[in-house]
Ligand binder design. Sequence first.
Ligand code: IPE
Ligand code: IPE
Ligand code: MG
Length: 250
Amino acid sequence: MIMNLKDKLDKNKIPNHIAIIMDGNGRWAKQRQHDRTFGHESGVISVKDTVEAAVEIGIKYLTLYAFSSENWNRPKSEVDALMSLLVRTINHETKTLNENNIKLQAIGDLQSLEQQTYNELQKAIENTSSNSRMTLILALSYSSKWEITNAVQQIAVKIKNNELKAEEINQDTITSFLNTAAYPDPELLIRTSGEFRVSNFLLWQIAYTELYFTPVLWPDFRKENLYEAILDYQNRERRFGMTSEQLLNF
Ligand code: IPE
Ligand code: IPE
Ligand code: MG
């Protein structure tokens, strides 16, 4: 692997918010003749390495897709193992989050989590709520279509109660009813494991996000892989519908 990518990063162009679809745990384990759970457990090391790298280079928001609404359809044994891993990891890492001044947040249908999972999660969110160096957002039981549907329902209730007029709805209104209302849109979305899809993740929020796909399986993902993705991002021209010439005078 190419080393010292960190030094090549443009410190003035570090993205504010990076979102990651952490994929490939099952295949990584299978390659090693292990069960899928071993892949998920190994993926925790990648999470820790990535969070550490993100904090070090000054990223303010890191959103990790940890469990999708669709993942509930996996075998119960795998779902249980994932939830138990989640609780264990949260309990184990709260101290490190505090030491590193990292605030934990979560998006998704959190009510659908088991009571114990939900309680442990809320506890960690509260215990880290005054941290300010970086916000780590876990997407749990999350799907973008769920989130948008939920926002539409809330907006409809506002209209019914005469708290909002239909013609007053604009893009900011919709943004404000999403789980991510408090966070800026990600500048960069990374997906590991060589799949070229977004799997119901942040559909509204990634309207102008740069997408980066890597064949690296999540349990193999390390700091250097994150730097590599950011370096790629830094070499792109984000035009937002304008021309290159216009950007020069912007
Ligand atoms: C990502 O790895 C973790 C979750 C979706 C929870 P996978 O479990 O999807 O691994 P693959 O894609 O089957 O290899
Ligand atoms: C997406 O991975 C969800 C997470 C990484 C949590 P999946 O492995 O569930 O995605 P698909 O089903 O292959 O698109
Ligand atoms: Mg997968």
